[in-house]
Design a protein around this ligand. Sequence first.
Ligand code: UT7
Length: 328
Amino acid sequence: MAQIKARIIGTGSYLPERILTNFDLEKMVDTSHDWISARTGIDERRIAADHEQTSDLAAAASRRAMEMAGVAPDQIDMVILATVTGDFPWPSTACLVQDKIGASNASAWDVSAACSGFVYAMASASKFIETGSCKRVLVIGAEIFSRIVDWEDRNTCILFGDGAGAVVLEGQEGEHGILSTHLHSDGSQWELLYQPGFGSRYPASVAGIEARLPFLKMAGNEVFKMAVRSMYDVAVEALQANNIQASEIAMLFPHQANKRILDAVSKRLKLEDGQMYVNVDKCGNTSGASIPLALDEANRKGLLNRGDLVLLDAFGGGFTWGSCLLRW
Ligand code: UT7
């Protein structure tokens, strides 16, 4: 029997309307456009409107992906949503999205792997498809980080943005689709990037709010170094497993964390100009949404051609990291 691969047959994304520029941030914390631009490559990011929830962003991106794929909501067998900023701690935001888009025949669940979430979700989806358990899986990354960043902490609030991206994966025979996935974690480093409250360790309390526990904490320097090393290592792992050279990659989609991280990974992989897709300047770090957002942007610009080798490469809290190589 011919092997089934999970192939992307549609992509979609959604960015909230409101743009927050570095100049806007100058009025909020002690920072400057020049510092942010030089240290991160970010010029602006999108901020969700008060009435928008993560499930709304996810549903909007999903509708666009399904439209491109020519797939009706009831043809989706599974919805996997990568997010760490869901509407509620539970139920899963994927269930809310399933309802919003009318994917009535799908099972739905969230993946919690921070900025690596979309790659984790793609790896999971590919296994359900390759084993024949599912024909079509909707894989989404959606985040509203603006609701969990500390707007008084200039070290972190300048980095993040809101958005969503989605892909429809379909099981097909042939050469096209996901060729490999590699996932890694190092739970010993959790404290370098996390959101302390509120969970079982720090249950909700007034004292916890006063201690700013609901806001994310990050040791930027350590995260930076680990991100470069891990994204490089896992990209090389994918290349070696598939017996290909970095020069054969048509487009690498890294998690859009910081332009300096991306430049360092690109340099170590000896990529040519244009081989790595970068939109962190306009979107900031949208965590689990960043890779599918970039993928949809590139796809709609016509930058991806049938047969192209495309590499997704992520790193995030946990720590978690991973890659997904696919033939377009
Ligand atoms: O998605 C994965 C998660 N996150 C990341 O990948 C982020 C990884 N880390 C980074 O991107 C960088 O570490 C940052 C952009 C967060 C910081 O850049 P850095 O080059 O590592 O700066 P730093 O933390 O070494 O700070 C340098 C200086 C400090 O001042 P002093 O102590 O040298 O006087 C900071 O207080 O820059 C200061 N600083 C700022 N100055 C103006 C920190 N944030 C700001 C700011 N504006 N927004």
